[in-house]
Write a protein that binds this ligand. Sequence first.
Ligand code: AMP
Ligand code: ZN
Length: 113
Amino acid sequence: MDCLFCKIVAGEIPSTKVWEDDKVLAFRDIDPQAPQHIIIIPKEHISSANEITEENSSVVAKIFETAAKIAKEQGFSENGYRIVNNCGEDGGQTVGHIHFHLLAGRNLGWPPG
Ligand code: AMP
Ligand code: ZN
């Protein structure tokens, strides 16, 4: 399958890994939008939030658990952070493998977009 993030999971494309276990991978975004910008993905290919089902949704909980762990490890849990999922064209999704942006290190402003 021609999926950028599946290739990162397979090690065919290099990444700066922040966390890895059997279900989830987290790595630094190549074009950071904040001092800390980490992408968290399920290792399993799920193309977008539209494809979350009763069968695969437990990995989303794992991803949020991972985000909390990374925030503590990287030292930004107290100052705060943002977790973002872009879905589809209007959502600004550019990679067709579901991913969650973990952004921190500056005041992020609201509303986004
Ligand atoms: P989205 O626009 O929500 O689909 O986010 C895709 C994100 O993937 C963007 O923030 C890109 O900078 C990031 N990205 C694209 N290619 C790579 C790569 N090879 N390694 C790390 N991050 C990447
Ligand atoms: Zn994929």
